[in-house]
Write a protein that binds this ligand. Structure first.
Ligand code: GTP
Ligand code: MG
Length: 333
């Protein structure tokens, strides 16, 4: 794969755009991502053609999800990790899944400006997520952006999400390795992260292990290790681990990266990564089919005609949900 650079081109067709992206043209990559983010019907078709074109060049990246409660230091950590990865000669892309439209600042990587050092790196690419839309829509845009980044030669893709709600699950479904970042807190810290999210974690990183918080970070590490011990392992070849670091002082980040690469090597060797990616691809297929079916169903004139009455009947309790749903589906088929 070629190295990304900033060679300017103005490709027109999806094929030309794909070629430019595979050449590592940054502007083409940005345009490709804008295309996959668009909800316009003609853009969707172009995006699909583009994705088909780049597909052979995808799949090579280490896909890493990073989540954690607000304020745990995700942005600071991603910058530190990104710099570590870049230092080792890799190209890193940073993407985000942010379904909430209400966040102040508009988007999760809107604080991109704070990743000043990483933003300056020619080997790094930071793409803020357009906020808003359904979680499914946002996850799809991110997944497709990830594929384009891979085609452009980024060997590491970091996907950030806020540590609230369902977005962690969506990100865990996109990536190879799911990393949860926490900060050492009082004794109630373990409650700060939901059990369901703990279960998704391949790597738990206790951040802010510096200054006054260093001792608390050690205790939190032990607590999390204990908690993880009680959970079902996600992978045969790689048990979940708990590490500490200071993103602010950029210490312990090399160990985190070593754990990430060690984890990946193990699941590549065991064949689990291949199996995992196959399952993800099939899950995505069915997600898209489901979403597409619902869209087509709603757009169908027979369905659209029946919908107001059926919805009213269900809402008022005049009709059971089951028979109303069947009625709608029968309009369609
Ligand atoms: N002491 C210490 N503070 C840190 C560390 N990492 C981040 N912080 C501080 O914690 C605060 C939150 O950091 P962010 O990186 O913005 O955290 P975030 O998880 O991205 O926050 P949201 O985007 O709001 O969810 C900032 O004041 C950081 O300076 C660390 O390693 N040590
Ligand atoms: Mg942040």
């Amino acid at each position: 794969v070629t190295e990304p650079d900033a060679a300017p081109t103005t490709p027109g067709s999806p094929g030309e755009l794909a070629a430019a992206i595979r050449d590592g043209d940054r502007r083409a990559l940005a345009r490709g991502i804008t295309l996959v983010e668009s909800r316009r019907d003609d853009h969707r078709r172009q995006a699909e053609a583009l994705l088909d074109e780049v597909l052979p060049a995808t799949g090579g990246a280490a896909r890493i999800g990073i989540s954690g409660p607000p304020g745990s230091g995700k942005s600071t950590f991603i910058e530190a990790l990104g710099l570590e990865v870049v230092d080792r000669g890799h190209h890193v892309a940073v993407l985000a899944v942010d379904p909430s439209s209400t966040r102040s600042g508009g988007s999760i990587l809107g604080d991109k400006t704070r990743m000043v050092d990483l933003g300056r790196e020619p080997r790094a690419f930071i793409r803020p997520s357009p906020s808003g839309g359904t979680l499914g829509g946002v996850a799809r845009r991110t997944r497709e952006a990830m594929l384009l980044c891979e085609a452009a030669g980024f060997g590491v893709v970091l996907v950030e999400t806020v540590g609230v709600g369902q977005s962690e699950v969506a990100v865990a479904d996109l990536v190879d390795l799911f990393c949860v970042l926490v900060s050492p807190g009082a004794g109630d810290e373990l409650q700060g992260i939901k059990r369901g999210i703990m279960e998704l974690a391949d790597l738990l990183v206790v951040n802010k292990a510096d200054g006054d918080l260093a001792a608390a970070a050690q205790r939190a590490q032990a607590d999390y290790e204990h908690a993880l011990h009680l959970m079902r392992p996600r992978w045969q070849a790689a048990p979940a681990r708990v590490l500490t670091c200071s993103a602010l002082h950029r210490s312990g980040i090399d160990e985190v990266w070593a754990a990430m690469t060690g984890f990946r090597d193990a699941i590549v060797a065991s064949g689990e990564l291949t199996e995992h990616r196959r399952r993800q691809a099939l899950a995505w297929l069915w997600t898209e089919v489901q979403d597409g079916l619902v869209d087509r169903l709603r757009a169908d004139p027979h369905v659209a005609g029946r919908l107001p009455q059926l919805e009213a009947d269900v809402a008022e309790g005049r009709r059971s949900v089951a028979s109303a749903a069947r009625d709608l589906l029968d309009q369609f088929t």
